[in-house]
Write a protein that binds this ligand. Structure first.
Ligand SMILES: [Zn+2]
Length: 106
């Protein structure tokens, strides 16, 4: 676990772990006046929230990405993003995020 002061790599969910990867997913929803609003949904891969994930385990062992493991890491990342994407069309999640956006919580 890192003892570095909080930075933009600190996980916004748990504020404990370190963010190893960020997936930015563009998405669109319709606001109350019926106009489409475009936004970015960020999904974080965190050493704390996602403990046990193969990518987290990799960095726990190696400390940083090694060039000779690029293909292996790319496969792990692709596997991660494939599992994150199906969450996006969730209507309730989008509505909750839209509400938070309007309330200035994002
Ligand atoms: Zn976290």
């Amino acid at each position: 676990m890192s003892h570095a002061p909080a930075s933009d790599k600190t996980c916004p969910r748990c504020r404990t772990g370190e963010v190893l990867a960020v997936l930015r997913l563009p998405h669109t929803w319709t606001n109350t006046s019926g106009r489409p609003v475009r936004g970015i949904r960020e999904v974080h891969l965190c050493t704390h929230c996602d403990a046990g994930h193969p990518i987290v385990t990799y960095f726990a062992i190696h400390g940083s990405a090694r060039p000779e493991h690029a293909d292996f890491l790319a496969r792990l990342l692709r596997h991660w993003t494939d599992h994150v994407r199906p969450l996006v069309p969730d209507e309730n999640a989008l509505r909750a995020e839209a509400d938070a956006w309007c309330n200035g919580e994002l």
